[in-house]
Design a protein around this ligand. Sequence first.
Ligand SMILES: [Zn+2]
Length: 57
Amino acid sequence: MVFEWISYFDCGACGTVERADAVGYDSLGYPECPGCGARTGPLVGAGATETGTEALD
Ligand SMILES: [Zn+2]
């Protein structure tokens, strides 16, 4: 049995699913969708605002 550490990039903008190692990353380390070019940060879909960590209270 082989366990592969493969993660997948799931674009929230266009729905593209790609292997994470096939996806490019920007200077901040966020994955860039190869299909539509959208960047996906950890807060995308959870209130994509600029408030950042202050929302953790
Ligand atoms: Zn996309």
